[in-house]
Design a protein. Structure first.
Length: 135
């Protein structure tokens, strides 16, 4: 693994860019910025710092996926006239009832897909709980 001696902030070397954005033009802009004495450089991260940053970014991903999936499920259920209250608890509680209820207007064609979405939502919940316990 190669470690760069200087890492430039994008807004600084971008001032030296010429023409369209290509690899060659970007390399020339970075080389020109490196020759300037007043250009500030970003501190290099250690491998441990990069690992911690990767963990933090990954931790931010799952809550966003859980919200997106629950909104997706709620939106599709509304198209069939099934309204669930906001919040994960209500959705977790009502989804099994919705799946088993034959009197609602949910088509039989969609029930297996909704079951898979329910399982994925539960999986995200479990993953988040495990992640919060370990970190």
């Amino acid at each position: 693994m190669t470690i760069r001696s200087r890492s430039f902030l994008p807004r600084q070397w971008r001032h030296f860019a010429r023409g369209h954005k290509t690899d060659e033009n970007d390399a020339l802009a970075v080389a020109e910025a490196a020759c300037r004495p007043n250009v500030k450089v970003a501190p290099l991260k250690t491998v441990e710092q990069q690992g911690m940053q990767a963990v933090q970014r990954s931790r931010e991903l799952w809550p966003h996926q859980r919200v997106a999936l629950s909104n997706h499920i709620r939106g599709l259920l509304m198209e069939f006239g099934i309204v669930t209250p906001q919040g994960f608890t209500a959705l977790y509680r009502q989804l099994p009832e919705i799946l088993e209820g034959g009197e609602n207007e949910l088509p039989d064609l969609y029930r297996p897909m909704l079951h898979l979405l329910h399982q994925r939502l539960g999986g995200l919940r479990t993953d988040l709980e495990q992640l919060n316990e370990t970190v």
